[in-house]
Design a protein around this ligand. Structure first.
Ligand SMILES: Nc1ncnc2c1ncn2[C@@H]1O[C@H](COP(=O)(O)OP(=O)(O)OP(=O)(O)O)[C@@H](O)[C@H]1O
Ligand SMILES: [Mg+2]
Length: 141
């Protein structure tokens, strides 16, 4: 497990570069953390670090559940916050996405942990007072 303690969003972006280097193509990443912890902020930095053109910046896909970056797609950013049932999960065609070979970042993935690939990374962001955060990267593969 890797662990970082950061004091600002700027420092989170720097940590994202280190994390990006550890996550190879095909990596499935569960992004876990409370509302406003910084999951989407971290995603933006990861996509940039992988050199993927994100056109308009990556916005929290609250209504669009799946965002695709790159042509062909190199990063999928999925937000399961509003998803409620396994049926909805399967309806999104996520299983194909997990096997696509692209990197896949899943916000609120823990809601459907049993349905995610067992071989995955978990990035957890925890509030640590103000703008401080504790960030951990666990390799479950
Ligand atoms: N150390 C930090 N790391 C990341 N974001 C930070 C940090 N300090 C402050 N912030 C701010 O906290 C907010 C995090 O919002 P963000 O949308 O990334 O969170 P989220 O975890 O994706 O939330 P949600 O669960 O609603 O999707 C941003 O406004 C960001 O600027
Ligand atoms: Mg978010």
């Amino acid at each position: 497990m890797h662990e970082w303690k950061v004091a600002s969003a700027r420092e989170t972006a720097l940590v994202a570069r280190e994390i990006a280097a550890l996550l190879l193509p095909g990596a499935i990443v569960q992004l876990t953390g409370n509302l406003g912890a910084g999951k989407t902020t971290l995603t933006k930095s990861l996509v940039a670090a992988w050199g993927v053109d994100s056109e308009d910046s990556v916005s929290s896909p609250t209504f669009t559940l799946i965002h695709e970056y790159g042509e062909p797609v190199r990063v999928y950013h999925i937000d399961l916050y509003r998803l409620e049932t396994p049926r909805e999960f399967h309806g999104l065609g996520l299983d194909d996405i997990f096997e696509s070979g692209a990197r896949v970042l899943v916000e609120w993935g823990e809601k459907f942990a049993p349905l995610l690939p067992t071989d995955r990374y978990i990035v957890e962001i925890e509030h640590a007072g103000g703008d401080a955060r504790r960030i951990t990267l666990t390799d479950r593969r």
